[in-house]
Design a protein around this ligand. Structure first.
Ligand code: SAM
Length: 300
């Protein structure tokens, strides 16, 4: 099957972004890298590097500009957690702008109805297109990126998080019930780039928790959000492997000792130990992340 058949119809996507209707395991499109960080940073008027050299120390670069996130939901209260922790601080500092919109504000009937029975029959209700159309019209532009969390979408990965972190305006459309009328996705794809994204192979009650997870994964990659941007460099999935185990003080706890190499001060030996641990852990827990030949040679 041609994977082009899986794309949503519509106008061309902005340069460097994927134009998708559904997740397609055959398609390389969802792996598109997106616009180069340097270009975007330049557009936002700041250096793109993660750190600047201050002469005697490395410190985080000044953040490159505001990333705007609009969320459409029938449960705005879900997103109260965006007031706290790293993302709350990023909002206070003006790096992230988050607007939560109640889908029911785009209805016009007394009961603020957002759902109806499915055409063709079947269980449950489907979200009606009209309020979604009005909500999107109020916020979308050709430079927006619209993300619909969906159990039927493409898998959410660290590389997709990195790609989204390069975009200036993200819109998350949180489905409920049996989902959103598919014409809404097609309509959005006629205006700008659209992704249907799954958090994993299971079904949630709504898109809010999935949107929250994606916003957290994307938000921490936005320039200036993490106190030490180097933290993201050696994390799980940053180089295709899971992270090595971490330890802190005390050096002995309940009879268990920190691996001696970590106390040795030998940076080359520590780096080598960490890579070995990353490979061993990935092979044990997530062999699917490794090339098949690597697993064929595995002894444990
Ligand atoms: N009928 C849908 C299906 O079979 O794919 C499931 C609908 S689910 C009960 C309601 C909403 O939860 C979806 O519209 C989507 O927004 C969200 N959702 C459920 N599972 C999800 C997942 N694994 N990843 C992302 N969003 C999910």
């Amino acid at each position: 099957m041609s994977c082009g058949e899986h794309r949503a119809s519509g106008s061309s996507a902005p340069a460097g972004s994927s134009k998708l209707g559904t997740g397609c395991a055959h398609s390389p499109l969802w792996r598109t890298t997106g616009r180069a960080s340097a270009t975007l940073a330049a557009q936002r008027g700041a250096p793109s590097s993660a750190t600047v050299d201050s002469g005697c120390e490395q410190r985080p670069a000044p953040y490159a500009g505001v990333v705007r996130i609009d969320i459409v939901t029938i449960f705005p209260e879900f997103f109260g957690v965006l007031d706290i922790s790293l993302l709350g601080k990023a909002r206070e500092r003006g790096i992230l702008e988050v607007n939560v919109r109640d889908l029911r504000d785009f209805t016009h009937d007394k009961h603020r109805t957002v759902d109806d029975t499915p055409y063709g029959g079947g269980a449950g209700m489907v979200m009606r297109p009209e309020p979604w159309g009005e909500a999107l019209d109020a916020m979308v532009s050709p430079t927006s990126t619209v993300i619909f969390p969906s159990a039927a979408g493409m898998p959410f990965t660290q590389s997709l998080a990195r790609e989204f972190a390069e975009h200036d305006h993200l819109i998350f459309g949180c489905g409920r019930y049996e989902g959103i009328d598919q014409r809404v996705v097609e309509y959005a794809a006629s205006v700008t780039s659209v992704y249907e994204v799954s958090l994993g192979d299971y079904v949630l009650n709504g898109g809010e928790v999935a949107a929250m997870a994606m916003i957290e994964a994307v938000g921490r990659l936005v320039d200036g959000v993490m106190g030490n941007p180097l933290s993201a460099v050696e994390e799980s999935h940053s180089n295709g492997l899971l992270e090595y185990p971490s330890y802190t003080k005390p050096a002995e706890w309940r009879g268990r000792e920190v691996p001696a190499v970590l106390l040795s001060g030998n940076h080359a030996a520590i780096a080598e130990w960490r890579i070995t641990q990353q490979l061993a852990r990935t092979r044990r827990v997530r062999p699917d992340l490794l090339p098949p030949e690597s697993n064929a040679n595995s002894v444990s």
